[in-house]
Design a protein around this ligand. Sequence first.
Ligand code: PHB
Length: 390
Amino acid sequence: MTIAPLLRAIAACSLLALLPAAQGAEPVRIGLIAPFSGSFADYGKQMEGGVKAWQKLHGDTVAGRKVEIIMKDTTGPAPDVAKRLAQELVVRDKVDMLAGFGLTPEALAVAPIAEQAKKPMVIFNAASSIITTKSNYIARVSMTLPQISAPMATWAVRNNVRKVVTLVADYAPGIDAETAFKTNFIGGGGQVIESIRVPLRNPEFAPFIQRIKDAKPEAVFLFLPAGEQGVAFMKGFRERGLAQAGIRVIATGDLTDDHVLPAMGDATLGVITSFHYSMAHDSPENKAFLKAFAEANPGAGRPNFMAVAAFDGMGAIYEALKKTGGATDGDKIIGALKGMKIKSPRGPITIDPATRDVVQTVYIRKVEKVNGELYNVEFDKFAEVKDSGK
Ligand code: PHB
């Protein structure tokens, strides 16, 4: 036997040996941790809806590997539960990546596990600035509170708002929002006459709303985590006649999140917010997203920014897996995520290669009725905004 046919035979054998391996490749397992029950249940549901919308458009296989999502309910805010779930996902379920994270305290509790196990952790919402500094394996595709709040302050001073009371939820994202707003508002010549912090759980808004009324500001700047609290605040704001007293609401878009906006009613008309996503954003990518979300989640109602972040997070993970040829090694995946550009339903986004945090356009919007329904209508914007909190 001459050497050439021998080499050909060896090559054929090794090719054959590869085939069954590729066909029987293990799925890529992603552990999605978020609240799916309790007062923040909507966070998990929105994320699940976004994942389904992505897979509806792009399938459940990438780089020859099936993508399996294992969803876990923190019942949160419950950092201890989030931590235990992450441990179980890594050790028992052998996940390749962690994703989700609606609430900052839960993301912070899981960060050391991602770091130790070298598992990429893709944040679909949790938005206090510090999170991405807690492990080199964390990347964020949602937003940060400083990123959103600073443009609101800049817009307010440019539009002759001079005297403001701030009200934020008393935990890391709230403190971030208050700090960034104050720095930029006072830096621009505005005055913050009072800063109020309310508990994260079950705040009773009536006394705080009275304090705002008594302080007689031109506007109240607000950050509350998306959901029930915003509804409660706007109800109190209406009942105590703050609008009639000439007080405007300016807020991060968590307040008028697209999912709860219809339930908040006409008291929200004219509320100005800064945010990275509105359902009313006019682009082909957003139209495709809205259609896929509706088809993949019948009866779920409107998607919000958490659904979009989950959709983009899946997009980022698929793109990273394409780049690594299906390899899930933590360093390779994070390497692939750094500097990634995505055409999101919200507009173009980049994962900053230096910080692994999202860079994006922040829009100024106003609640208006379009065809009889309430929407956040974008009318101004700040391009390529980075997190300014670190
Ligand atoms: C957070 O806990 O990081 C968080 C939760 C809800 C939001 C924004 C931030 O709307």
